[in-house]
Design a protein around this ligand. Structure first.
Ligand code: SAM
Length: 255
């Protein structure tokens, strides 16, 4: 998986992605991060990439040409890398514009993006970006939630983190991504680690039993209980047995 990020703040992207699990995944070659500074394509000495909005109004708008030139530069890099390979015949790379106006990001969308070879993210700043370049290059519009941030860098990082975890090899234990919250419309069961007794609380005895069948049943039941308590809306699309449905309903009716 190769992430390309068009941004005014490449340091933010490189620093955050260079840490922890994503940092190790970069070193091991499972993912790559190519943060490209839009300002390098300003086309003027001052490096100015924004201007006043036509029609007036508050704030500044990022200009079309630097964004477009940055995009062409990244396309050139991808093309050069793929020269003479079968990859070169693939359809154009998806360009994701991070915007509060987009479709809300989800685990399902993360899984869809994890199948891509390359993704280009476009991070806006100020009041946004000249609509004409957005129309010209963007294929996907994605929001990370119904609130407005100062720039698209944090949303891009959120997306890259979630997508990276689904790229084979990135997590040491590939089972963990499959059992996690949202992977099957249910939230994950609660987790415990040593010591067995902490203050006046003990680890549920079933976790010490070594009985795999009982453990699997407990995990499943806890997932249903937790989802009913925390996110009952998710149960609408969950595949539950009659017994599980009754358990969930009894919890929801007592909330
Ligand atoms: N004027 C824009 C509007 O009302 O839709 C908001 C611009 S915002 C201040 C600047 C940039 O931050 C946007 O271009 C976008 O890239 C990013 N951004 C802000 N909130 C976001 C969110 N919830 N999800 C994704 N990107 C966001």
């Amino acid at each position: 998986m190769n992430f390309h990020v068009m941004t005014l703040f490449p340091g933010l992207i490189d620093n955050a992605m260079g840490e922890s699990i994503t940092g190790r995944a970069i070193k091991a070659g499972y993912i790559s991060v190519n943060a490209v500074n839009i300002r390098d394509f300003a086309g003027n000495r001052s490096g100015s990439v924004d201007d006043y909005p036509y029609g007036g109004g508050a704030g500044m708008v990022m200009k079309a040409e630097p964004v477009y030139m940055c995009y062409k530069y990244i396309c050139g890099q991808i093309q050069e890398r793929n020269q003479g390979t079968a990859e070169n015949r693939k359809p154009p790379v998806r360009v994701v514009y991070l915007t509060p106006q987009g479709r809300t990001f989800s685990q399902k969308l993360a899984a869809e993006y994890a199948d891509e070879e390359d993704i280009i993210f476009l991070c806006g700043h100020y009041e946004g970006i000249d609509e004409r370049v957005i129309e010209e290059i963007v294929t996907d519009y994605v929001s990370i939630g119904d609130y407005v941030l100062t720039g698209g860098e944090l949303p891009a990082l959120v997306m890259m983190d979630a997508i990276s975890r689904l790229v084979p090899g990135v997590l040491n234990n590939c089972i963990s991504a499959q059992t996690e919250s949202f992977s099957g419309s249910l939230l994950e069961y609660p987790q415990y680690t040593r010591p067995e007794h902490w203050r006046d609380r003990s680890v549920p005895p079933v976790l010490l039993s070594g009985n795999h069948k009982k453990l699997a049943e407990w995990y499943r039941e806890q997932s249903v209980i937790r989802t009913a308590l925390m996110r009952p809306d998710l149960l609408e699309n969950a595949e539950l047995t009659q017994e599980e449905r009754e358990l969930a309903d009894s919890i929801i009716n007592n909330l």
